[in-house]
Design a protein around this ligand. Structure first.
Ligand code: HEM
Length: 436
């Protein structure tokens, strides 16, 4: 089977027809591969950009109960942007969200942002697709949007629609936040298995939003640091440790209901008042965490393992064997002290230390050049999805900020929180429920 390329896949017939023609599969994370020759142009000639078919090339369904990009098995690449709305016109904003929906649906299916976007507008118009993903496969692209607390100020008449759960985060001990890497009215999280596809998606949405939004900050991630499905191997973070072992996984339906999805009734309101529109959505917490890798790289293996509380090679809880063994916090080490140290990261972040709280982590490694004084500016772009920020992320981060041995090596340099609305049914578009 071959995979859809973003050449004229959806050009004349539209997304629905293409979905039908290619046999779209429902369900979070399920992908499909089209029967069209990849890289082929309108005449059916395979193009130079022909790509081989693989599950990494396949498309992820755009519509569903929840937005894609949350429990979707984490792709390898990220482009995340936070945007400020620069128009004062509510209708312009609503219109842009509608246009974003059309373009996002097309791009996630492996098509150009608009029909015939590359050259179809003719020689005298700016092309409606920027072109750098032309010929590339859908690459598992997901586009997830969120609304920041500042969107609900008095500019667009949305103050009465703000979910109570959407509030700026409190300050945490040790925060070194840069306001130029924090906050935002809107966010777009684009994840894909090809970085060019993720960047293309963000670029084209920003382009469509010209005059309505401007980019406030942006973050590229080059490797996932979490698995979000039991079908995935656990990746490693920039400290060389397996990260995501104890994460909530897509297959844990009860845990998702309890810890990730906003439930009907969580937010007071009706279809036109309050934050009831968030049911089926989730809150996204983003923290840009600089990791002082040069300091870490000079610390001993034992220090590193004691800091995390897990074995570096296999990811097993200290004193135990097997990555997925449930940590035994009562177990003593050879010196009689707890095998998993009291200040270790996994001990402090474990649900048993936090009244049962869990979160879904979906972060990415980053390296943003140097810090100007001879070190790599590297770290973890931490992303978590939670049902209730105040009850889940806030107490967890407070516990970590107070005592985590990891604090010697990390610094939080950016922060934001967004309300990610639920998924879209056929015919619906982003912003529809919010502006109702
Ligand atoms: C650069 C910063 C961080 C690094 C390097 C890091 C690394 C790790 C590693 C290696 C693990 C063990 C494997 C696993 O279960 O995934 C882990 C677990 C975990 N981390 Fe982090 N982490 C960081 C920041 C955070 C932050 C900011 C939070 C939340 C506020 C967090 C929450 C968790 C949770 C909930 C677990 C699972 C605990 C369990 O149930 O066993 N981490 N982290």
């Amino acid at each position: 089977m071959t995979t859809p390329s973003r050449r004229h896949v959806l050009g004349a017939t539209g997304v629905a027809a293409a979905g039908a023609a290619t046999g779209a599969v429902a369900g979070a994370g399920a992908g499909w591969a089209a029967g069209r020759s990849s890289g082929g142009d309108a005449s059916g000639t395979p193009g130079a950009g022909t790509v081989g078919a693989s599950t990494l090339d396949a498309a992820v369904p755009f519509r569903g109960t929840h937005q894609a990009g949350i429990v979707t098995p984490a792709q390898d690449r990220l482009h995340f942007v936070a945007l400020d709305v620069v128009t004062k016109d509510r209708d312009e904003l609503a219109r842009m969200l509608q246009e974003w929906t059309r373009a996002a649906e097309r791009m996630t299916a492996g098509a150009e942002a608009s029909p015939g976007g590359l050259v179809g507008g003719g020689p005298y118009r700016a092309p409606a697709d920027t072109g750098e993903a032309y010929g590339l496969a859908a690459s598992g692209l997901t586009i997830t949007i969120g609304y920041g607390p500042s969107l609900f100020d008095d500019r667009f008449g949305l103050a009465h629609r703000r979910p109570e759960g959407l509030r700026d985060l409190p300050a945490f001990r040790g925060d070194a936040l840069d306001p130029r890497r924090s906050g935002g009215d809107l966010c777009i999280q684009a994840c894909a298995n090809d970085p060019q596809v993720a960047v293309h998606a963000v670029r084209n949405l920003v382009r469509l939003g010209f005059g309505v939004v401007s980019v406030r900050w942006s973050q590229l991630g080059f490797g996932r640091t979490s698995s979000t499905s039991t079908t995935q191997a656990t990746p490693r973070n920039m400290f060389g440790f397996k990260d995501g072992t104890a994460n909530i996984k897509a297959e844990e339906a009860d845990a998702l209901t309890e810890h990730v999805w906003v439930a009907p009734g969580d937010e007071p309101g009706t279809a036109s008042t309050g934050g009831a529109w968030m049911a089926g959505g989730s809150y996204l917490v983003a923290r840009r965490i600089r990791m002082h890798i040069e300091v870490w790289d000079r610390s001993t293996l034992q220090d590193q393992e004691d800091t995390i509380g897990r074995d570096k090679k296999d990811g097993a809880p200290l004193g135990q064997s097997g990555e997925h063994a449930e940590p035994d916090f009562a177990r003593a080490g050879p010196d009689g002290a707890p095998a998993i140290p009291l200040a270790s990261h996994v001990r402090l972040a474990h649900p048993s230390n936090l009244g049962g709280v869990r979160i879904l982590r979906r972060g990415y490694n980053f390296t943003d050049g140097t810090d100007g004084v001879g070190h790599l500016d590297a770290g973890l772009f931490f992303i978590a999805f939670v049902r209730d920020v105040q009850k889940q992320f806030v107490p967890m981060q407070r516990a970590l900020a107070a005592k985590d041995a990891l604090n010697e090596y990390v610094e939080h340099t950016g922060s934001a929180v967004f309300a990610c609305p639920p998924g879209l049914k056929d015919g619906e578009h982003w912003g529809q429920a919010l502006f109702a």
